[in-house]
Design a binder for this molecule. Structure first.
Ligand SMILES: [Cu+2]
Length: 208
């Protein structure tokens, strides 16, 4: 009785842990370009809700880096006293507690002139919101309706390809037999011409 109760609680804990893991999101900082100059990261964070348990992955060229800094240093792009410094092309931050974190690139002017500054505010985990974010992400990833219109284009291409071979084979099959057949025919006339010219030359030579 007591042990089965413990087992039940353990199972519940595992289930809860799995549910939390399943709904955590790994955000790649700017999905398309990554961590680079001239990306508006305020635009990237707009509309996103970062929750405890999510992760933030920076992907960047080796000449960039990632500094986690204070709010004051973030505001002035100051690189002298970072909270932590990261390099190597890929850095993952776990958003383990609520609050705002500040990230900049430490390469001169990349923060101030090149927009490489990102602030992320993490809120406490909310299962319902996490489920909604997952659903929205799945829906956003699913605009396979737009890929679907392109298959018709492929169908046209296929049709064109099919009709092209249909027209092509006619040309291709004629030249192909014709090549062996008409090569001798077309190459024969030159021989006749050459023979004729030689004969003519011979006649001219004899007449001369
Ligand atoms: Cu940089």
């Amino acid at each position: 009785m007591k042990s089965s109760c413990g087992a039940f609680l353990a199972a519940m804990a595992v289930a809860a842990a799995l549910a939390t893991t399943a709904l955590a999101v790994d955000y790649t900082v700017d999905d398309s370009i990554g961590w680079d100059t001239y990306v508006d990261y305020d635009k990237w964070t707009a509309g996103k809700t970062f929750m405890i348990g999510d992760t933030l992955t920076f992907k960047y060229e080796a000449y960039h880096n990632v500094l986690e800094v204070t709010e004051a240093d973030y505001g002035s792009c100051a690189t002298g006293k970072p909270i932590s410094t990261h390099s190597g092309g890929e850095t993952v931050f776990e958003l383990a507690e609520a609050g705002t974190r500040y990230f900049i690139c430490g390469i001169p002017r990349h923060c101030a002139n090149g927009t490489m500054h990102l602030q992320v505010t993490t809120v406490p985990y909310d299962a319902a919101l996490a489920a909604k974010i997952k659903a929205d992400a799945a829906a956003a990833a699913a605009p396979s309706p737009s890929p679907l219109p392109s298959p018709p284009a492929d169908t046209f291409a296929d049709a064109a390809a099919r009709s092209a071979p249909a027209g092509g084979p006619t040309k291709a099959t004629i030249p192909a037999p014709g090549t062996s057949g008409s090569v001798s025919l077309t190459s024969a006339p030159p021989r006749y011409h050459v023979a004729g010219l030689l004969a003519l030359a011979a006649l001219v030579a004899m007449a001369a």
